[in-house]
Design a protein around this ligand. Structure first.
Ligand SMILES: [Fe+2]
Length: 266
């Protein structure tokens, strides 16, 4: 941990979110929502295109310039691939462009760290989104998640292989892995290796309880988290984005300039 992070991490965390700041247009600050389940009918997110469009409308109203659709790819539960995802995504993209021509959509995925993920890395075939790094070079970003109940096995090797294959890893909802709540060094180690750390707006809104809130808040306060995402499965996640637009914790994080979603291609 660098001296700046150490200094920032000295701020006390609390167990209850506060929403007593001035309301800001959260999308104007974050630009792109990089984690969402808005491709209809392919996972546990939106089931119909009307639902997807209603969520996109909320993003537009909050000032977002675009979103990355990240359907689950999990070999046991959601065995998605390009063939299952691209047709539904293209239909959503076409309809969105007709209604909100300025709003951009990219298709990526939320990969579960399983054997199928390692196969995709080996094949160099991963659904990814485009961004630029801190020196303005284009990067290909791959969103991935761990299981919620068991710590990942061999994740360091998998992440190394991902990076060697030319991708920047983006860790989904870093605050939602309870087995690491007492080991903040695990997430920090990933950040130190160049993984972009994200937290969910719903956690910051308190929707997953005090412990998730505490950890998400700490990841913002110490500068480890570089993106706040909706992880939208439904309208409730849009309400969380709206709620955190009044969060002083989120305001401080934005003012500190840690907002990497601005570097994502619109
Ligand atoms: Fe997700």
């Amino acid at each position: 941990m660098g001296w700046l992070q150490h200094l920032r991490s000295g701020r006390k965390t609390s167990l209850k979110p506060a929403f007593d700041g001035p309301e800001l247009a959260i999308g104007n600050a974050l630009h792109i929502d990089v984690h969402s389940h808005i491709v209809p009918g392919v996972d546990d997110g939106c089931s119909r295109i009307e639902e997807s469009l209603a969520l996109i409308e909320r993003l537009v109203e909050m000032g977002y310039k675009g979103a990355v659709a990240t359907p689950h790819i999990h070999s046991d539960i959601y065995p998605n691939n390009r063939h299952t995802l691209v047709p539904a995504f293209e239909q959503l993209k076409t309809t969105t462009a007709q209604r909100w021509p300025e709003f951009s959509l990219q298709l990526a995925a939320e990969y579960f760290l399983d054997e199928h993920f390692t196969d995709c890395i080996a094949a160099g075939d991963l659904l990814h989104f485009h961004a630029v790094d801190d020196i303005g070079q284009p990067v290909k970003c791959v969103l991935f998640e761990f299981g919620f109940h068991e710590p990942p096995i061999n994740h360091e090797q998998v992440i190394f292989d991902l990076q060697m294959a030319g991708y920047t890893g983006v860790l989904a909802h870093a605050e939602r892995y309870p087995y690491w709540h007492s080991k903040p060094g695990e997430v920090q180690a990933l950040a130190d290796r160049g993984i972009w750390i994200t937290v969910n707006a719903a956690s910051l809104a308190g929707a997953y309880g005090p412990e998730m809130y505490r950890v998400a808040q700490a990841l913002l306060e110490n500068g480890t988290a570089k993106m706040i995402c909706s992880d939208a499965h439904g309208m409730r996640h849009m309400d969380s984005l709206k709620a955190i637009s009044k969060s002083p914790v989120v305001h401080r994080w934005i003012d500190a300039g840690d907002v990497l979603s601005r570097s994502v291609k619109a």
